[in-house]
Design a protein around this ligand. Structure first.
Ligand SMILES: [Zn+2]
Length: 501
């Protein structure tokens, strides 16, 4: 057996000012190719890790031309997309594969394309109309017809935080093997409904996505209410002003189109019925911080109180350099706080030059203009001691991306006396406890942790946090969708246009 395996992942926030050149794809200066990609992902809890394990189990030969994954940011530069898609298509053109296994995101927009994944699959099918293709997508995929119709089987994450990236690819891969051996004949039905579930309401531990994903999982069971090979419900990525942004579903059955359509319709109807629960209620920042200050400090054995700076999540396209929440924390005088993190390579450089133990006044953040949202992001001057200097590298302890090397770039911690502020040089969302330990901060000894995150922080810190207070700050992941000027998304769409009916 010979398998082609590849990864191309980007969640595009079309409101983000953060550039997406080829260099952003990868944990170093760009994508990984061939053996280097195999080495980096073998044994990890990623989609590629699952494909590699399946190939090993089957004794298959593999070709892995490229593993390209970038943190969310603005539309991918055309040259970067053509490079990555071109490498995959070149491999397809060489031929001789029994199956193709792709680890994609599903919400990739490029400078020229609304549907980066669909175009990749269309190009692959134009070269090779026969070889079965399995695709694993993120729960935030915004589905287009070409993303489904040019694949043999697609499967989506069922968890947010995404702790099932490995399992999702494994499910897709197993069905692919069944199709390759003629044991199953996958047919897929997909569809969407005009709704943009709020990202802060999409967590799979929360109503209504908890119940929706439970029903999705049940659909694989035999019996009158199941019988599917697989099913996926995509909550979608709303910070993308593209036609098909929003919620969608795919059901895969063994040759039974009517069943696939019936189960798909059921998922879409259930999601639509839950649309009001996907709407987020805003709270003013000062009110949130006052509420946080009133929570009893953690006692021994309890974890920190999380202050969630959710408007500026770099894993959703945020610049990670807005300072509204950090400034409010300093103003409020909260004590024993660690803040992760402000992205500011220049400030990191200044702190490194000053050296460990130096007392400095440093302007941090507010460097990147955000023309697509109202307001102006300004630097914040902080005064403190340089506590830590680090190369910013750590391996994830998991459960998300277990074993994957994460690179924050050169990083420092400035200690103001009350607040330890992490400054980093590469965009990394705090979803793993090791992002603190790598910088010499013990998060379990802090009263408060400020996290620039929305849902993924829960992967590593959700089960240790004493409480969470969501703080409305500033950024292109704004939870106030009235700040986003949608012009391309199909209308009408809930909740932008439709009343609660
Ligand atoms: Zn996602």
């Amino acid at each position: 057996m010979r398998l082609l395996i590849a990864m191309m992942k980007h969640e595009t926030n079309t409101f983000s000012p953060v550039p997406t050149p080829l260099a952003r794809f990868g944990h170093g200066p760009g994508p990984l190719y061939g053996e280097a990609a195999v080495k980096a992902y073998r044994g990890t809890g990623s989609g590629l890790g699952a494909y590699l394990d399946l190939a090993l189990r089957e004794g298959a030969q593999i070709v892995l031309p490229v593993a390209a994954g970038a943190s969310p940011s603005r539309p991918v530069e055309d040259a970067a997309y053509e490079h990555i898609a071109g490498i995959i298509c070149d491999s397809v053109a060489k031929g001789g594969f029994d199956g193709i296994m792709l680890d994609l995101h599903g919400a990739m927009v490029t400078e020229s394309l609304e549907d980066g994944e669909g175009e990749l699959l269309r190009r692959i099918r134009a070269i090779d109309a026969q070889t079965p293709i399995a695709v694993a997508y993120d729960m935030h995929a915004n589905l287009y017809p070409a993303m489904v119709e040019n694949a043999t089987v697609v499967a989506g994450y069922r968890t947010y935080p995404h702790v099932d990236t490995y399992d999702t690819a494994k499910r897709a891969g197993e069905i692919l093997f069944g199709a390759m051996r003629g044991r199953v004949r996958p047919v897929m039905a997909w569809g969407n409904v005009p709704m943009l579930p709020h990202v802060m309401r999409q967590g799979s531990d929360d109503h209504p996505n908890r119940e929706l994903q439970a029903r999705v999982a049940e659909m694989r069971n035999p019996g009158p209410d199941g019988g599917a090979l697989d099913a996926s419900l995509f909550t979608g990525f709303p910070h993308a002003d593209i036609t098909n942004a929003g919620l969608s579903a795919v059901v895969v059955t063994d040759g039974d189109r009517a069943l696939a359509e019936r189960l798909r319709d059921e998922l879409l109807e259930r999601a639509w019925a839950g649309r009001e629960a996907f709407v987020y209620q805003l709270e003013p920042l000062e009110q949130s911080l006052a509420r946080a200050a009133a929570i009893d400090p953690p006692t021994a054995g309890e974890g920190p109180i999380v202050l969630l700076d959710h408007y500026d999540n770099c894993a959703s396209g945020g610049t990670m350099d807005t300072t509204a929440v950090l400034a409010a924390i300093l103003r409020a005088g909260l004590d024993n706080v660690a803040a992760f993190a402000i992205y500011d390579p220049a400030a990191v450089g200044q702190a490194i030059a000053a050296g460990i133990g130096a007392e400095i006044a440093l302007a941090v953040g507010g460097r990147m203009a955000m023309p697509q949202i109202p307001g102006e992001s300004r630097p914040l001057t902080v005064t403190g001691t340089v506590k830590t200097i680090s190369n910013g590298r750590f391996r994830n302890r998991g459960p998300m991306g277990r074993g994957v090397l994460t690179d924050m770039g050169p990083s420092v911690v400035i200690d103001t006396g009350k607040v330890e502020i992490a400054l980093i040089s590469r965009h990394v969302e705090p979803s793993d406890l090791n992002c603190f330990y790598a910088l010499g901060i013990d998060p379990m000894q802090k009263r408060f942790l400020m996290l620039k995150s929305r849902i993924h922080w829960r992967a590593g810190l959700g089960n240790v946090a004493k409480a969470v207070v969501e703080c409305a700050g500033m950024g292109v992941c704004t939870s106030d969708y009235s700040q986003l000027a949608f012009t391309k998304v199909r209308r009408p769409i809930y909740p932008l246009d439709l009343p609660n009916r």
